[in-house]
Design a protein around this ligand. Structure first.
Ligand code: AVJ
Length: 369
């Protein structure tokens, strides 16, 4: 069944409008004037994983696992409710947060070479599948290049956040109405992607250094799950943030406007909101540190005092000691060698790599070995 982008966002909004946040959100989702709805097709929303009951259960599960464990931790996918996705978008525009604009500049300068490197046979249709698409703010650069090489281009954005995915659809539909859009709401960590067969070339996009959220072992599992969905001749574009001086790294995860702090603390708001918890967010501090042994930035929430918190819908009372922390995120930083090893370990060969002039960020194009 084919549906227009307009009716798609309507359906999604209804499906998810258990809080008024969504209603506010919908107003801001109107397409600019002149947008032609009929030219855009949105297909096959993965309804199974849209279910709010499902999402709530995943949340409850993760909260029980992570907050009972010592040291306490929560998985970074929990950042991305509507508010978290909005805060992340703001982070990407901060002066200290260089990864997004650096990646965008590399894409802008090399989109044609990247897509041409991935799409050998121009006569075939081309499908771009993006893991963790978010609002797809950078993907249009690649899709535009794709449309110059093939007149049959499909785009499959996959994301855990339906709100962000709606924006992704609108972004792409408005800018490039020729592209067929097939969004999938899915947590690709807990539910590996299952791609529909495709008669053409698939270019998998895993950009935005999202892979950095995962330990070397998890990253390998995710890339292996992705690789088995691809055919010989398909390709992967991987975006990775590189190791650099500690000051630059720390500033990117502890900005002077406190947006990253708000992003981190939003996890607690989300638990209050969705699981009936009673976190007083004024009693927690945002902490960012560089772990050079593991080659990663870590984000934590630190309790300022001894306190009790209850998470009603997870049936979980928690007692925090002063300075006790919840580990909320790892953001691994890479070297040429660690990228090469990662891809090699999961059955990819490298066919090209692009960096900015400072070598802060790398886009690597890989083929199936
Ligand atoms: C979306 C995982 C790439 O690790 O830089 C930004 C998330 N966290 N600021 C990153 C994030 C804090 C971001 N990724």
């Amino acid at each position: 069944m084919r549906r227009s982008c307009a009716s798609y966002s309507g359906d999604l909004a209804e499906f998810l409008s258990t809080n008024n946040q969504m209603a506010v959100r919908r107003d801001s989702l109107e397409c600019p004037k002149g947008f032609v709805y009929v030219a855009t097709y949105v297909q096959a929303v993965d309804l199974e994983h849209l279910a709010t009951a499902d999402a709530r259960e995943a949340l409850t599960c993760e909260v029980r696992r992570g907050l009972i464990a010592r040291p306490r931790s929560l998985s970074p996918w929990m950042f991305y409710d509507a508010e978290g996705s909005r805060l992340f978008e703001r982070i990407t525009t901060l002066p200290e947060y260089y990864p997004t604009r650096t990646e965008r500049a590399i894409l802008a300068g090399n989109a044609h070479a990247i897509v041409a490197g991935a799409h050998g046979d121009r006569s075939l249709p081309l499908r771009l599948v993006e893991l963790g698409a978010g609002t797809a703010s950078k993907t249009c650069i690649l899709l535009e290049a794709a449309l110059r090489l093939s007149d049959d281009v499909a785009y499959v954005p996959v994301d855990v956040c339906p709100h962000a995915l709606e924006l992704a659809c609108q972004n792409v539909a408005c800018a490039l109405p020729e592209v067929r859009i097939q969004p999938v709401v899915r947590n690709y960590v807990t539910h590996p992607l299952q791609l529909e067969p495709f008669d053409g070339t698939t270019l998998a996009l895993y950009i935005g250094t999202s892979i950095g959220n995962f330990s070397p072992e998890e990253a390998r599992l995710i890339l292996r799950d992705l690789r088995v969905q691809l055919q010989p001749g398909d390709a992967l574009l991987l975006g990775t943030d590189m190791v650099k001086d500690e000051r630059t790294l720390l500033a990117a995860y502890d900005d002077s406007d406190g947006i990253t702090a708000a992003f981190n603390l939003n996890i607690l708001h989300r638990l209050n909101w969705e699981l009936g918890a009673n976190f007083d967010t004024a009693r927690f501090l945002h902490r960012a540190l560089w772990n050079s042994i593991e080659s990663r930035i870590e984000m934590h929430l630190e309790s300022t005092q001894e306190q009790d918190v209850a998470i009603e819908r997870a049936d979980l009372p928690i007692h925090f000691m002063p300075r006790e922390t919840i580990h909320t995120e790892n953001s691994y930083k890479f070297t040429d060698r660690s990228i090469q090893r990662l891809l090699n370990d999961v059955g990819f060969g490298i066919s090209g790599a692009w960096k900015d002039s400072r070598g802060w960020y790398t886009l690597t194009l890989a083929y199936l070995r």
